[in-house]
Design a protein around this ligand. Structure first.
Ligand SMILES: CC(C)(COP(=O)(O)OP(=O)(O)OC[C@H]1O[C@@H](n2cnc3c(N)ncnc32)[C@H](O)[C@@H]1O)[C@@H](O)C(=O)NCCC(=O)NCCS
Ligand SMILES: Nc1ncnc2c1ncn2[C@@H]1O[C@H](COP(=O)(O)OP(=O)(O)OP(=O)(O)O)[C@@H](O)[C@H]1O
Length: 195
């Protein structure tokens, strides 16, 4: 049986790094952000619902107007939940289908900043939270995303569930604080998660 690992954590916590390491260890990983973007730009129902919510300009010349969607989404946690309610049911459907194509693998994983908020916990066997201190996340993001200001990053952090609430829902926490080695934690995870 395939064990489905859900990797979550706030923006800048290091989910992508953990997802990358799992891939190197041979685990197929579904990157929800990439797939959500693909589905958002191709699914007619999502397109229609976003247009009803934000107007025609949300798809300027057929292409998603990212600054407009981001300005709405990250200005209020309620807005994030409205947009996620439009996009993520389809992503979940797509993920379930992807899992069925990877049944032969002992482990599969999904990486999503909003795994819990978007209702994916019942689609995975184990929820893994990647944790990093807030100030370190800010420092990493200011270094990674030259286009984002500190205020924009803080707005994004606020649009996501906070770490203490996430921790309560998590079965396993990976500490990615630039001090604790990550690979041994992943090995412990995989040893404890195989059913
Ligand atoms: C909102 C958009 C246009 C912003 O684009 P932009 O290039 O400025 O940022 P980018 O895509 O690099 O996102 C950076 C980070 O923001 C956070 N984030 C993105 N979308 C969301 C969301 N819907 N809810 C909460 N946080 C989000 C994530 O931590 C993400 O890694 C873009 O992220 C998007 O199309 N989001 C919809 C897809 C989605 O829901 N992805 C995140 C969930 S897995
Ligand atoms: N252990 C680490 N050591 C050094 N740099 C790290 C470490 N973990 C993450 N980083 C760096 O911090 C930045 C943020 O990490 P990453 O992109 O994995 O975060 P994320 O949780 O996936 O964020 P997002 O929600 O935006 O996708 C990246 O530039 C990454 O290379």
């Amino acid at each position: 049986m395939t064990t489905k690992i859900g990797i979550t954590g706030g923006i800048g916590s290091g989910k992508s790094v953990v997802a990358h390491l799992l891939k190197v260890m041979g685990v197929p990983v579904y990157i929800a952000d990439d797939e959500a973007k693909r589905i958002t730009s191709t699914d007619a129902e999502i397109r229609q619902k976003l247009i009803s919510l934000l107007g025609e300009e949300v798809f300027a010349y057929g292409v998603l107007n990212k600054p407009l969607l981001a300005a709405y989404l990250f200005s209020d946690p309620q807005h994030a939940s409205i947009v996620n309610g439009i996009i993520h049911p389809k992503v979940k459907e797509d993920f379930i289908n992807w899992v069925s194509q990877n049944q032969h693998c002992p482990f599969v994983a999904i990486e999503s900043a909003i795994l819990i908020e978007a209702g994916f916990t019942d689609a995975v066997d184990i929820v893994v939270m990647v944790h990093a201190p807030l100030e370190l996340r800010l420092k990493r993001l200011l270094r990674r995303d030259f286009t984002l200001s500190e205020e924009q990053i803080r707005n994004r952090i606020q649009s996501q569930m906070d770490d203490e609430a996430k921790r309560k829902m998590a079965d396993f926490v990976i500490v990615n604080d630039d001090i604790t080695p990550v690979i041994p934690q992943l090995i412990t995870l995989m040893n404890s998660a195989s059913f």
